[in-house]
Design a protein around this ligand. Sequence first.
Ligand SMILES: Cc1cc2nc3c(=O)[nH]c(=O)nc-3n(C[C@H](O)[C@H](O)[C@H](O)COP(=O)(O)OP(=O)(O)OC[C@H]3O[C@@H](n4cnc5c(N)ncnc54)[C@H](O)[C@@H]3O)c2cc1C
Length: 402
Amino acid sequence: MDFDLSPKMRVILEMINEFVERELMPLEHEYLHRPWEEVEPKLAAKREMVKQMELWAPLHAKEHGGMGLDLVEYGLVCEALARTPTGVYVFGCQAPDAGNIEILMKYGTPEQKERYLEPLIAGRIRSCFSMTEVDQPGSNPVMMDTTAVKEGGDYVINGHKWYTSSADGSQFAIVMAVTNPEAKPHLRASMIIVPTDTPGFNLVRNIPVMGHSGGGWHSHAEILYQSCRVPQANLLGPEGHGFVIAQERLGPGRIHHCMRWIGICNRSLELMCQRALTRASAPGRKLADEQIIQAWIAESAAEMRAARLMVLNCAWLIENKGVKEARQDISLIKFYTAGVMQRVVDRALQVHGGLGMTDDTVLASFYRFERAARIYDGVDEVHKVSVAKRILKEFAAERGIQ
Ligand SMILES: Cc1cc2nc3c(=O)[nH]c(=O)nc-3n(C[C@H](O)[C@H](O)[C@H](O)COP(=O)(O)OP(=O)(O)OC[C@H]3O[C@@H](n4cnc5c(N)ncnc54)[C@H](O)[C@@H]3O)c2cc1C
């Protein structure tokens, strides 16, 4: 495996790094502290600049107006964009839209593609993904209460979801609901497109997460589906295949997240070094002279290097051997990289002392919002259990242990 940058990728990453520093980092404070409606027009103007530079939608196919990068290349782009919180949004590759685009691309009917996919890729609309429920364990989503019952030519959806990220201002949700209650557990649910202006789609509130309710793209909603009626033509993919499709979506999606987290580590380490080299610890000494700070920098660099190579290796595996072959690696990178990010951000914040706790640097927001990385897209524990079970099974088979 060779992860050396091609000349094309070198240029792309240089352009992105420059844009992130010049155009997006200055907007960080405003993005984190002003209402979404106030910041969104400024981000829209930056999006136009990105389109002019032909760097829009790096993951998506060229025929859809994207850059058509492969998964390893796109991972490198995510890493560069994540140094600032609005990077992925401004370049048209933000979650949950990126994942929904992939589903629509693969499973959408021509009508669904025209109505939902094209405007979504172009950045004219936003979307959300509504699976997790208030009263059932998201870690075991086959335990789902939400139902979609056929009536006439429609599905009638009832259920109580939350953590439907970015629902506020979205034009449609992809909703997971039980359509085949008698089937095997993982074949009971389907994905259904629900326009958010459908009667019965009730956005109850943006949930305060770590004290921040946010708004627009930067929010997580609680949603009550009450006799929410949509045509059966809004079914995405085969009926009962919701979990199968979700599994496909999550594999590459974890590369996007993990490389984004490495980008957050990069920014945190930069800030850590900057502060250590400029802050006195004693007369004539700087923080950078203290061995404990040096150890944090070295430990961060080592963990980041390990995580980065694991993620790139996994991206390569998905690209060349398929999601199934990479399943173990997908779990490994998910919990390992989330943990590395949490430790690196924590060390960077600690080096900043009281300043780290303020919002005068981006670190406190990384600390607040990125803690969730160990929870969404599969909690740490579930990934660890699945990795361990597989290792034990293979070991037992090799040694003939019953
Ligand atoms: C910021 C954020 C954004 C999100 N965005 C979305 C979204 O856009 N769409 C969506 O549908 N969902 C979203 N989610 C929801 C997320 O997917 C769930 O929170 C996650 O799957 C965990 O489910 P739960 O919260 O119900 O926790 P539970 O399933 O109740 O688990 C609670 C805890 O129990 C432990 N645990 C669970 N199972 C096991 C086990 N088998 N072994 C050992 N320990 C275990 C873990 O420590 C876990 O953290 C988001 C969550 C967050 C925090």
